[in-house]
Design a protein around this ligand. Structure first.
Ligand SMILES: *[C@@H]1O[C@H](CO)[C@@H](O)[C@H](O)[C@H]1NC(C)=O
Ligand SMILES: *[C@@H]1O[C@H](CO)[C@@H](O)[C@H](O)[C@H]1NC(C)=O
Ligand SMILES: *[C@@H]1O[C@H](CO)[C@@H](O)[C@H](O)[C@H]1NC(C)=O
Ligand SMILES: *[C@@H]1O[C@H](CO)[C@@H](O)[C@H](O)[C@H]1NC(C)=O
Ligand SMILES: *[C@@H]1O[C@H](CO)[C@@H](O)[C@H](O)[C@H]1NC(C)=O
Length: 473
């Protein structure tokens, strides 16, 4: 063996020990800190929508206890806080399966990590849900409660039919997607409704006729935002929701960005994203009457910078059959794209932003959810929010500045190589969570309508004005 590699091996071994200890410590803190549990209780109480006691959550046996980590040594490390903060425990075995085809799949000895909603600000738990191990196959794994049996197939009844889900009946969807937990089966047969473990309504709810068992989990799946979905008055009907909102049990975003490494959120841009572009702002839009006054905003912006409006609300045309070509011109001709949603609702961020905007080589200007929500979901420094500016004129001034400085403009593309938009395997997560529910107290929405539409979930004006208004009160 060459001399140098012995030394390297030694350094590497020390590095591994330190990093491993830090991971252990991070687990330890999260697992055993009673404060953390308190926070859970408080936030669920304040929200008022969830009825559950929370002492259950993540009350897993800690199988890392056996390892003696020297905490006094670790806390002497100046970088400890930074290291722990940047460490994603789901990456401790390298890239997971949902990022890399042959990446790490959860094994029976893995912990279950914070998979239930805590509060709006705690994130969507999608990655955690994708890493739930199939934990009670034979009742011998360290995480399995004594006496646990081989998990039954969970039967899921889809009252709106299989067609609306574009999927097949039975276990196929779970096995074909190689879900970590695949012991689930779909059916649209009404005769099976009463005995199903879960009923999942899609966009539309009508009360089933059978007597409901307290063990049957009723799930409401909504694709659109509150302004475009059925008005449901019934109380106490849903146990879980599947929506784009971060507090849903199963969050279903339009796209989900994940970094390969939480510590690397930007990389120097090699290509010049401004090269050869001769036009400034573009917008594709067909619904001219959106309630958030986006059209008025675009017209005001037009007074200060060139805005090409394609579609029935504007003067430019890009025929629908040449759909791809429409998107191409964003990458080749335009510097900016108006990714304006049709409603200003919290967490509501659609393909307009992810596909038209981030998917092209163009800088999206967003209107829709509050800035904090875009920061939560989007790659770092990947967009401009209209609320960053007091007026369309001030936004236009900033766009002129970016237009004149390629360095500044290209900074908005430094996220491009640092991660990917993942498949969030909705059915895999559904199956994992249904099995996970056995270890968790019942939960339900006592007023779904209030949770979905109430308060400031969706507003007519801008978030900027709302905040100003609330500050002045
Ligand atoms: C932990 O590290 C400290 C400081 O390096 C040392 O004094 C102490 O003996 C160590 N304790 C154990 C249990 O290894
Ligand atoms: C780490 O964070 C804690 C709590 O926020 C703080 O008290 C402590 O000084 C920090 N330690 C270092 C080394 O920065
Ligand atoms: C810009 O145009 C030149 C000449 O047509 C071409 O060689 C170059 O690849 C283009 N750059 C980009 C980023 O498209
Ligand atoms: C362009 O922006 C960069 C980054 O802020 C700055 O360093 C540079 O001086 C600017 N160039 C011009 C010509 O203003
Ligand atoms: C489902 O919700 C109902 C009330 O709507 C409740 O009685 C039941 O305990 C819940 N079941 C589960 C498994 O959460």
């Amino acid at each position: 063996m060459p001399r140098v590699s012995v030394r390297r091996l030694f350094v590497y071994a020390i590095y591994t020990v330190v990093v491993t200890s830090l991971v252990m410590l991070a687990f330890h803190v999260q697992q055993q800190n009673p404060l953390w549990i308190k926070v859970l209780e408080q936030s669920s109480g304040q929200d008022g929508y969830y009825q559950h006691n929370s002492k259950e959550l993540d009350d897993e046996p800690n199988n890392f206890d056996v390892i003696n980590n020297n905490e006094s040594k670790i806390s002497a490390d100046n970088d400890i806080n930074k290291t722990i903060a940047s460490m994603n425990p789901l990456r401790r075995h390298g890239l997971p399966w949902y990022i890399k085809n042959d990446g790490y799949r959860p094994s029976q000895d893995d912990l279950v990590y914070n998979v239930w909603p805590v509060s709006r600000l705690k994130g969507d738990r999608i990655e955690e849900q994708l890493m739930i191990p199939s934990r009670n196959i034979d009742g011998t794994s360290s995480n399995v409660p004594a006496g646990a049996l081989k998990p039954n197939l969970k039967k899921i009844f889809l009252p709106n039919g299989l067609g609306s889900w574009q999927t097949k009946s039975g276990q196929k969807v779970f096995t074909e997607q190689k879900c970590p937990v695949d012991r689930c089966s779909l059916t649209s047969n009404r005769d099976e409704a009463a005995n199903a473990d879960a009923i999942m309504f899609k966009d539309f709810f009508a009360s089933p006729s059978h007597q409901r068992s307290p063990h049957q989990i009723w799930i409401m799946y909504m694709l659109e935002c509150p302004l475009h979905t059925q008005y449901i008055r019934e109380k106490d009907v849903f146990n879980w929701t599947a929506t784009y909102k971060s507090e849903s049990e199963l969050v279903t975003p339009y796209e989900k960005w994940v970094y390969y490494d939480e510590k690397i959120k930007r990389k120097p841009v090699i290509t010049n994203f401004a090269a050869n572009k001769t036009k400034k702002v573009a917008w594709f839009v067909s619904n001219c009457g959106a309630k958030n006054n986006r059209l008025e905003y675009a017209h005001a912006l037009q007074k200060h910078i060139d805005v090409d409006i394609y579609g029935s609300c504007g003067t430019k045309n890009c025929p629908r059959h040449s759909g791809d070509h429409c998107l191409d011109i964003l990458s080749t001709d335009y510097k900016f794209y108006l990714a304006f949603e049709n409603s200003n609702c919290r967490d509501y961020i659609t393909e307009k932003f992810y596909v038209n905007g981030l998917g092209s080589k163009v800088l999206p200007i967003v209107m829709g959810a509050p800035r904090a929500d875009y920061e939560k979901h989007a790659p770092e420094h990947s967009f401009i929010h209209v609320d960053d500016f007091a007026s369309p004129k001030q936004l236009a001034d900033y766009l002129h500045l970016l237009n004149s400085n390629d360095t500044l403009y290209n900074e908005y593309f430094e996220w491009k190589e640092t991660g990917q938009f993942i498949n969030t395997y909705f059915f895999c997560r559904l199956c994992s969570m249904l099995h996970e529910a056995s270890y968790s107290p019942p939960r339900y929405y006592d007023d779904f309508n209030e949770w979905w539409r109430g308060g400031t979930n969706c507003i007519k004006g801008s978030w900027r004005d709302l905040e100003k208004h609330q500050r002045n009160k």
